[in-house]
Design a protein around this ligand. Structure first.
Ligand SMILES: [Zn+2]
Length: 360
């Protein structure tokens, strides 16, 4: 590991993003991105075909941040990393940012090997178990009911059942205990203090990690350089406002140092944190504006399924349609929470949204 020179930080251009490392690490290898902070990448069996994971030097051991989706290939990558890069020191801690299968998938496998409890927020720990066991509104019939309520045809819901199996495929087993981490808690990792920054809107209690001294922010899925984080309404909380929650989380990230190197779970590490926060705010502002106009007086009340073309300029396969619907409901709920739209039920039992006359 010592042969790898950490990245030198440049003063970033605040108006755009810069990517100090052009090429990601090959599978089973690592790249140093800051003193004691190493980047590794694992394959994912999706269109989004990779996840970035992080290895932090931690005194006599190593801390792993996020675990990868359970595949033989990903397990093979970990074994190569363990054999080549740990300098004979054990893995002494596993931190999980959130419950999604690409992040928590191999957590139990890693924790059992090293006899560890995963460090994660209670919200993510509980959510992982609920989704795994299909309890508390996660069951397919509730997803079907939510989508039906918002206007989606039965014929487009075939993927719902399959989606449920996908979680168990990526997360074959889960640990039955955890070490709880909380917002603002400081975790000493090696010589450095890392602060937990909880974020919302993408998952219940997503944990990002900020080290002020190193100027590094392990963002998880909350701050991605090229794609906007999925913010969806799910059946267990149909009235929720994940867009509002996500925008509140962005406000917290905007207080971090402008020179911070952001380590995202997908894409390349980048500088230009404030530019990215501004771009994501604008992304959602434009979408909220478009939805407000679509539900205005001329068009009359609109359902989530009706505003899909307003939010997205493409069509979706059945899998991605569920995420798109979740995002459409999220934008409508946000406007309802702000008093810009009101919700009612039409003659077919679908929710429809119309302008209250209040502007955004
Ligand atoms: Zn995620």
């Amino acid at each position: 590991m010592n042969a790898i020179t950490p990245l030198k930080k440049a003063q970033p251009d605040q108006s755009s993003l810069s990517y100090p490392i052009a090429e990601p690490p090959a599978p089973g290898t690592v790249i140093a991105v800051a003193p004691g902070v190493f980047w590794l990448r694992m394959p994912l069996p999706f269109v989004l075909n990779h996840i970035n994971l992080w290895l932090l030097e931690d005194g006599d051991g190593w801390t792993i941040v996020d675990c990868g989706f359970s595949t033989d290939e990903a397990r093979g990558c970990w074994e190569q990393i363990f054999a080549r890069y740990l300098n004979g020191k054990p893995v002494t801690r596993v931190i999980v940012t959130h419950f999604h299968p690409d992040h928590i998938g191999l957590c139990d496998w890693l924790c059992k090997q090293h006899q560890l409890l995963p460090w994660m927020t209670k919200g993510e720990y509980l959510q992982a178990h609920l989704v795994h066991k299909r309890l508390g509104g996660i069951e397919p019939e509730y997803m079907r009911e939510l989508m039906m309520r918002h206007g989606l045809d039965d014929a487009r819901m075939k993927w719902i059942e399959e989606r449920e199996h996908l979680y168990a495929r990526g997360v074959p087993t889960l640990p039955h205990a955890h070490r709880r981490i909380r917002d603002n808690e400081t975790i000493a990792i090696g010589a450095h203090a890392w602060r937990v920054v909880a974020g919302h809107g993408h998952s219940p209690e997503h944990a990002s990690l900020y080290c002020e001294k190193l100027g590094v922010f392990i963002a998880g899925d909350m701050l991605l350089p090229r794609i906007s984080t999925n913010v969806s309404v799910w059946p267990a909380e149909p009235e929720s406002d994940p867009v509002g929650e996500f925008l509140d989380s962005l406000a917290r990230y905007a207080t971090l140092d402008a020179c911070t190197l952001v380590l995202p779970s997908h894409g390349l590490p980048f500088q230009g944190l404030h530019a990215r926060v501004s771009a994501l705010r604008e992304h959602h502002r434009v979408r909220l504006e478009r939805v407000t106009q679509a539900c205005g007086v001329t068009q009359g009340p609109q359902r989530a399924v009706d505003v899909l073309p307003v939010l997205f300029d493409r069509t979706f396969d059945d899998h991605h349609l569920l995420f798109a619907m979740g995002e459409a409901i999220a934008h409508l709920n946000c406007l309802m929470h702000r008093g810009v739209l009101r919700r009612s039920v039409n003659g077919s039992g679908n929710y429809q949204f119309e302008s209250t006359g209040k502007s955004l």
